[in-house]
Design a protein around this ligand. Structure first.
Ligand code: SF4
Ligand code: MG
Length: 320
């Protein structure tokens, strides 16, 4: 599989607004030097607790928010070097599905208006062509075209997310960032939407970046997983390897909290002490040292490097 997207040392730093006693120049390093690559047709999951920077990273890759630094190579083109007009045309190749389909769909627009919008912006279609394209899109995501003139509130959560997916696919993108696409849905319909996303991936040769805090969803859908903590990747591995043999102490703790389908295996749950530190004041050395059960004295001062420990497996931890 060839590489579709390569990200090098991506950063998104936000200036902190000056408080009453605040000093100037403080920044939150929401994404702080992430490098990764995604192969054509694969699903790379990005996991981590809320506030770890995974959504900011997804949006920065699409330039929905402007990165502070780093390179984003899409089919070897550095998209940070595109001017606004080039970027506008480029957008058709990269789309996003949002977590909350209700918040991301205009409540005053019918489904037809919502799904017509991308075509109006990018393609000149006749009224009858537009009608056909909207019907086709609705069928592709398992909705009845007869419902096109209804409003979002007339649909269930799962159906609304199907509309959100249809809108993302309207212009036939190659790459889709899926930002917690099933987290807002009832557990009972998550599998249906995930199955739909897998079918569409195959049908349209899509490449996914699947952002989630839910490891059971990630295990189901992804080919590889990147684990993020406080703005950085701490581990990257093929999905099966990560779940069978997690290397980073943070990954170990996340996986130990998953319910086991196989009751034969005895496994101890690792409870992490404390909360995720304030990203405005990340700990020195390894940012995880304040919660790490395996921390050593040097972890407080030495920042672990991102290292490939075996083919396809990388980790940032002083134990390796
Ligand atoms: Fe834990 Fe040290 Fe590894 Fe950080 S570098 S994860 S503190 S063992
Ligand atoms: Mg897949």
């Amino acid at each position: 599989m060839s590489v579709l997207l390569e990200v090098n040392n991506l950063k998104k730093h936000y200036p902190v607004r000056k408080g009453f006693f605040g000093k100037t120049g403080a920044v939150v390093k929401a994404v702080d030097g992430v490098s990764l690559s995604i192969k054509r047709g694969e699903t790379l999951a990005i996991v981590g607790e809320s506030g770890c920077g995974k959504s900011t990273m997804g949006r920065s890759i699409l330039r929905l928010i402007e990165p502070t630094d780093g390179e984003i190579l899409f089919e070897q083109d550095d998209i940070r070097k595109l001017n606004p007009d080039q970027m506008r045309r480029f957008r058709t190749k990269m789309q996003i599905v949002f977590q909350d389909p209700y918040a991301s769909l205009n409540p005053r627009w019918t489904i037809r208006e919502i799904l017509s919008e991308p075509f109006r912006l990018y393609e000149k279609l006749s009224a009858s062509e537009l009608k056909d394209r909207v019907s086709e899109l609705m069928q592709v995501v398992g909705l009845s075209p007869y419902q096109a003139d209804r409003f979002p509130h007339e649909f269930s959560g799962g159906q609304r997310q199907r509309v959100g997916i249809a809108r993302a696919l309207a212009l036939k993108p190659q790459f889709v960032v899926c930002d917690e696409p099933v987290s807002a849905l009832d557990v009972s319909i998550r599998a249906q939407v995930l199955n739909l996303m897998e079918d569409l991936q195959e049908q349209y040769s899509l490449t996914y970046m699947f952002i989630s805090h839910d490891l059971s969803v990630v295990k189901f859908i992804s080919d590889r997983v990147g684990v993020m903590y406080l703005g950085r990747l701490v581990e990257m591995a093929p999905t099966d390897d990560l779940f069978q043999n997690p290397l980073h102490p943070y990954t170990k703790a996340l996986i130990s909290a998953l319910p086991l389908p196989d009751t034969e295996v005895k496994r101890e749950r690792i409870i992490l002490s404390g909360d995720v530190p304030n990203p405005q004041h990340p700990p020195a050395g390894c940012a995880f040292h304040t919660r790490c059960p395996s921390a050593r004295p040097e972890c407080k001062s030495v920042t672990p490097e991102w290292k490939e420990v075996s083919p396809g497996r990388s980790v940032a931890c002083l134990l390796y």
